[in-house]
Design a protein around this ligand. Structure first.
Ligand SMILES: Cc1cc2nc3c(=O)[nH]c(=O)nc-3n(C[C@H](O)[C@H](O)[C@H](O)COP(=O)(O)O)c2cc1C
Length: 193
């Protein structure tokens, strides 16, 4: 049985490049027999954070928040596709993540970063490593960084360099291990909801 994975992308720029990485991951997940669900802040537009999802009475949050909460609750893991803005987490990604918390609990996150520079967004990965656990996500040890993102993938998400697919397969093998390990353990109960 395949796994259901949210591919969480966080740029709303009109010239955004990272959507290529998200598209690539969705294709690879499909090939593996998994179900990838794209979470794109353009399709789920949230204003800058005022009240978190959990601050609303059950069933009374705005539909955009209910829709995202439902997706997050329905998946076994998260692939966080993050660029690097001034060595940090892109604001649309951080804003979207900050709305939620319990929906992420007891699930793994894989950090897939990119940039147009040579370092592939690893500095944002280090910040995500520090913040996602506060939201209940366990980040898997390996990272999957892509440099020169505009050249490395075409518009549709097809990789232009050979290493990309092999690095992704190795990364997803590890990520899937955590997805399945934590899902099996969640089935026996969690310390708190
Ligand atoms: C506000 C801003 C800050 C950026 N800072 C960095 C940076 O610190 N390091 C880097 O390698 N690239 C940086 N870049 C270039 C991005 O890697 C590149 O524009 C990338 O395509 C951004 O992701 P997106 O297109 O999905 O929004 C920055 C871009 C923007 C818009």
């Amino acid at each position: 049985m395949g796994n259901r994975i949210a591919v969480v992308y966080g740029s709303v720029r009109s010239e955004r490049q990272g959507i290529r990485v998200a598209r690539f991951l969705l294709d690879v997940l499909k090939e593996r027999g998994d179900t990838g669900v794209l979470v794109d802040p353009i399709e789920h537009p949230l204003p800058l954070l005022d009240r978190m999802y959990k601050e609303y009475e059950r069933g009374s949050a705005p539909p955009v928040m209910e829709g995202l909460a439902e997706i997050f609750r329905s998946v076994d893991g998260f692939l966080i596709v993050s660029g690097e803005y001034n060595h940090g987490i892109p604001p649309a990604l951080k804003n979207m993540l900050d709305y939620f918390m319990n929906e992420f609990f007891w699930r793994p996150a894989g950090l897939v970063t990119y940039s147009n520079g040579r370092f592939g967004g690893v500095r944002a990965a280090m910040q995500l490593r520090a913040t996602l656990p506060e939201q209940g996500m366990v980040t898997v040890p390996s990272l999957l960084p892509f440099g020169n993102v505009g050249d490395a993938f075409d518009e549709a998400g097809k990789p232009n360099e050979g290493y990309i697919r092999s690095a992704t397969d190795a990364f997803l093998k590890e990520f899937t291990w955590y997805v399945e390990a934590l899902r099996d353990r969640r089935a026996k109960g969690v310390p708190y909801e």
